[in-house]
Design a protein around this ligand. Structure first.
Ligand SMILES: *[C@@H]1O[C@H](CO)[C@@H](O)[C@H](O)[C@H]1NC(C)=O
Ligand SMILES: *[C@@H]1O[C@H](CO)[C@@H](O)[C@H](O)[C@H]1NC(C)=O
Length: 360
């Protein structure tokens, strides 16, 4: 019995343990080395470690009883963030005085009684929808939403009712939509279906059982069709379009890695590992300088260790090396980090707040 438990545990944490362990040692040792040798010039590229737990962290509490701002987006005027929450709606942050207001809802909020009211009812999230990844197409002002249960949704710039634009691709229905980004030049929407077998409420099984039925998808607003770019993927989660639009970076949660997929140009169809990570990656967002912020649901080495957990890392352009790490206890898990003008915005699927971490 004991052996069985250990096997299960090893499977659940089988995220390149040797690599992750050596990474963590490097992460812990580097600041000490830097301090010890402060007299000598330090040629090694040190990882910058930043704690989230200080007075620069400003919390944006959600209206009770909703929670879980999993992904964050900003409109073309810089307004926001906008976030999908646990009752299926998309809320907009209007600043300290107004707080969060409703920006968008879906058809279930009109047709299903228990989704309509803001009652303190515990409704299964599959009933009222669960918006996860979201992003604006700035040229049109449309907001695209990957709803884990309802499909690919589009909300007009003024907000209101979300329209369902797709529910299947290649004859296979969407089952667990998750990450989403928009190529701002072409308007193409890239998104992930994390598993065609397990639903979002079963996401732990996707990791533990090594599910490989995920898909990388692309919606073309001109043809209104969804293309399957890759299938048989291991837990594809967050997605971010590269600045030149020729590739997208996808986080593969169960593999603890970021993978780059070329989607246009000479290398179309190719892929390669872009970054190996010290934990299970969730959403990934461009840092505006060619690198990416990657949220980590929890470090692969956190089990049983009471160290301050690494919640997110920033990987640099080119080789995808980890350049910066965010750690802290203010969030159990972080689902997304978005950087704007030196401010970090933080969303989490399991907290009743988002947060802003002041300029660095
Ligand atoms: C960020 O800074 C740029 C220029 O410094 C400015 O134009 C832009 O409005 C700022 N964005 C936000 C969201 O503050
Ligand atoms: C990624 O590329 C390798 C070859 O480099 C190939 O074997 C593999 O099937 C590709 N993966 C996907 C998902 O296309």
């Amino acid at each position: 019995m004991h052996r069985d438990d250990e096997t299960t545990r090893a499977m659940a944490y089988s995220c390149r343990p040797s690599h992750a362990a050596s990474f963590l040692i490097a992460l812990l040792a580097l600041p000490l080395l830097a301090a010890a040798s402060s007299a000598a010039p330090a040629p090694a590229p040190a990882i910058k470690i930043k704690s989230m737990d200080h007075r620069g962290l400003s919390v944006m509490p959600l209206p009770s009883p909703v929670s879980g701002p999993e992904s964050l987006a900003f409109d073309r005027r810089g307004g926001g963030p906008y976030a999908g929450v646990s009752d299926g709606r998309v809320l907009r942050w209007r600043g300290r005085r107004l707080g969060w207001t409703v920006f968008a809802y879906n058809s279930r909020h009109k047709s299903v009684g228990m989704c309509a009211a803001k009652k303190k009812l515990v409704v299964p999230e599959s009933v009222c929808g669960r918006p996860l990844g979201l992003q604006f197409h700035h040229m049109t002002g449309d907001l695209y939403v990957a709803d884990a249960y309802l499909g690919l949704l589009r909300v007009p710039a003024r907000g209101g009712m979300a329209e369902v634009v797709a529910t299947e691709a290649g004859g296979v229905p969407f089952n667990f939509l998750n990450g989403l980004d928009v190529d701002q030049k072409t308007g193409h929407v890239y998104f992930t279906d994390s598993s065609t077998f397990y639903r979002r409420s079963q996401y732990l099984l996707v990791v533990a059982l090594g599910d490989e039925t995920g898909r990388l998808l692309r919606y073309d607003p001109r043809t209104r069709r969804v293309a399957v770019l890759h299938d048989s993927l291991s837990y594809p989660n967050g997605v971010a379009v590269a600045a030149d639009g020729s590739s997208v970076v996808v986080s593969h949660t169960a593999l603890c890695e970021l993978r780059r997929y070329w989607v246009r140009g000479a290398r179309v169809g190719e892929n390669e590992t872009f970054a190996e990570l010290p934990g299970y990656p969730d959403n990934v967002r461009s840092d505006g300088l060619g690198g990416y912020w990657v949220a980590l649901s929890h470090g692969a080495d956190d089990a049983g260790v009471d160290a301050v957990p690494t919640l997110a890392v920033r990987v640099g352009p080119g080789d995808g090396a980890v350049e910066e790490a965010l750690e802290g206890l203010s969030f159990a898990t972080v689902s997304e980090v978005a950087e704007r003008n030196g401010t970090l915005w933080v969303g989490s699927v399991d907290t009743p707040y988002a947060a802003e971490l002041g300029p660095r």
